[in-house]
Write a protein that binds this ligand. Structure first.
Ligand code: ATP
Ligand code: MG
Length: 599
């Protein structure tokens, strides 16, 4: 491991170090984007284990995604060495599942209980609710109700509470009859257990005496209750996050849990990290302007550590979404330093920025997935490699669950053996195809091929461990189509961009009703508007060197072309005249050039 002479904290700045060194007890770290949150908490855990004699097995680190958990595990290994194996790094759901496996008897679950995938859940709900339509209508309402009533702002209030209240117990009974739990159970049941069983509570508290939660601004009601049960008032609980980056209310997250940490843990010191290592000062100035009217952090500050201040943010107004895409492509071409062909040939060439820029240094962000089409088309037309990154769960993609069911089927019939999971996945897809009647085969083949491709990276990571593979998929492993070595432009939603950083960032579609997103013609809802502003802040703060904020004067959505107004979030940014260049493209320059050449 790389602990130097000054110990494991040598790589931290004084504020990060102060946070990492807080002895025991509860601790809240409020830290803006690019201030080194993950770095600080991993170093803190390493410091506890290596320099404070905290047993590694007493450490529990909770992250929000499987990917973040993997990354943290790697970083801890690098810092701590072999002892890192004893540290528990988990998502809330994998922690919940581990508790259920250990305590299944107490919860009257069979030892080999399964986690229902979406299709199984749908089947059970259909049986209980009577028909498929009712099942579909009830599914999200039930999940919302069980997650603890947090408002999701979706306006889906057409399902009467009485229906839900009546269905939940029957649905749960039907699941249990089949030896199944669902995704929400992975949190609900451990909370139930720890609330009712003082011995179990004591045991888990003794086991996990040092708890760290990353991205604390995004916990939901059940996650919060589980944490409160594991970490009472005096516990060694470190929560880190940025309330201004809370963007998951639609999934039930509630930033108020972050804001009331000091009431829950009155003893807790609050440490702020305000030194930003990521972005040029023009970007931070712009991002702060954008978030200020809605900030949840008193005295929000972000200090640039970088000194290069010659750059500016570009605000660009295009005629429509195609012209917007053309602007993005043109700008990329210029940053790469020449004509597209030249850039392609040499791969990486000197850009006109302050360094060498390649395709993989560039991210194009958008609020809704539908926006990616015009962008992908234009980048494709210019011959620029692009890859869309997404973080939907794998199980949301068609074909994936079918393959998974086939896998569990065949593995029950055959010995586990040493067959790589990748091969088993391919074989399962083949078996499904072979079982289909001729007429259906062709249409399903493409779907299954895509599903196999999506499953392949995870399958490789799991080697021959089929059980682990199935569990990871069911626990919400995300689509990981991204090849980090590929030299391609990344296209991703603002949500999926969270936590990432790129030298060049385009935030496209900065228009009222798109960012902030709302149904055209409806009034903005205060809470939703505040969250959209935070989403804009998350997007802007992904940028290291170059930031472009684009909007189109006219945009076609759901087949309908409309005039648009620029996003209200740009109003304040625009005032930063020293850091912002505003430009507006003449309408349709390309067509004019074409006409000229025809003449
Ligand atoms: P976000 O809120 O956007 O997720 P974050 O707080 O998690 O941001 P990191 O991604 O951990 O920030 O760090 C941002 C960048 O700053 C990374 O490139 C990281 O390596 C760098 N960095 C963090 N701390 C230091 C430091 N003390 N010295 C040098 N670089 C640092
Ligand atoms: Mg981070």
């Amino acid at each position: 491991h790389d602990a130097g002479e000054d110990g494991v904290l040598a790589g931290l700045d004084p504020d990060q170090r102060a946070a990492a060194e807080v002895p025991g007890g509860p601790l809240l770290i409020v830290a803006g984007p690019g201030t080194g949150k993950t770095r600080t908490v991993t170093h803190r855990i390493a410091h506890l284990v290596l320099e404070r004699d905290v047993p590694a097995r007493q450490c529990l680190a909770i992250t929000f995604t499987r990917r973040a958990a993997e990354e943290m595990t790697e970083r801890l290994h690098a810092l701590v060495g072999a002892k890192a194996r004893d540290i528990t790094v988990a998502t809330f759901h994998s922690l919940g599942l581990a508790v259920l496996r250990e305590r299944h008897a107490r919860l009257e679950l069979p030892a080999d209980f399964g986690v229902a995938d979406a299709a199984e859940q749908h089947r059970v709900l259909t049986e209980v609710a009577g028909d498929e339509r009712a099942a579909r209508r009830l599914r999200s309402a039930i999940s919302r109700a069980r997650r603890g009533g947090a408002q999701d702002g979706s306006g889906e209030t057409d399902t009467p509470d009485a229906d839900v209240a009546d269905t939940v117990p029957r649905y749960l009974a039907a699941l249990r009859e089949r030896g199944l739990v669902d995704y929400d159970d992975l949190l609900a049941l451990p909370v139930e257990l720890l609330e009712s069983d003082a011995d179990a509570r004591e045991e888990y508290r003794r086991r996990f005496q040092w708890i760290t939660v990353d991205e604390y601004q995004d916990v939901d009601d059940l996650q919060y209750r589980l944490l409160r049960l594991l970490a009472p008032g005096e516990a060694n609980l470190t929560a880190i996050g940025d309330p201004d980056q809370a963007i998951y209310a639609f999934r039930g997250a509630d930033v108020r849990f972050f804001l009331r940490f000091q009431q829950d843990y009155p003893q807790a010191p609050v440490v702020q990290l305000t030194r930003n290592y990521r972005s040029g000062r023009h970007i931070l100035a712009g991002a702060l302007k954008a978030i200020r009217p809605g900030t949840l952090v008193a005295d929000r500050q972000l200090h640039p550590t970088r000194d290069d201040s010659a750059q500016r943010i570009t605000l660009h107004r295009a005629a429509d979404e195609r012209a917007e895409a053309a602007f993005v492509a043109r700008t990329i071409d210029r940053l790469l330093g020449g004509t597209s062909l030249h850039s392609l040939d040499s791969g990486r060439v000197q850009g006109d920025g302050d360094g060498r820029i390649g395709f993989s240094d560039i991210a194009v962000l958008y609020r809704t997935d539908a926006q990616s089409r015009a962008l992908l088309e234009e980048l494709g037309r210019c011959g620029f490699p692009a890859q869309k990154r997404s973080h939907d769960p794998l199980t949301a993609r068609s074909g994936v669950e079918h393959i998974l069911r086939e896998l569990t089927h065949t593995s029950a019939a055959s010995a586990p053996g040493e067959t790589p999971v990748v091969e088993r996945v391919r074989a399962a897809a083949g078996a499904i195809l072979a079982s289909l009647p001729d007429g259906r085969r062709e249409e399903r083949a493409a779907e299954l091929r895509t599903a196999v491709e999506l499953l392949t990276p995870l399958a490789h990571r799991c080697g021959t461990d089929l059980a682990r593979f199935c569990q990871e998929v069911l626990l919400g492993a995300e689509v990981d189509a991204l090849d980090p070595r590929a030299d391609a432009v990344s296209l991703l939603t603002l949500h999926a961009a969270k936590g990432l950083e790129f030298p060049v960032v385009f935030v496209t579609g900065c228009e009222d009703t798109l960012l902030p997103l709302r149904w055209p013609g409806t009034e903005p809802d205060e809470a939703a508007l505040a969250e959209e502003r935070r989403l804009c802040f998350v997007g802007m703060t992904r940028a290291q060197d170059h930031l472009y904020l684009t909007h189109a004067a006219k945009r076609t959505r759901r087949g309908e072309a409309r005039e648009t107004r620029p996003s209200p979030f740009l109003t304040e940014v625009r005032e930063l005249s020293e850091a912002v260049t505003t430009e507006s493209a003449p309408p349709r320059p390309r067509r004019r050039a074409q006409q000229l050449s025809l003449l």
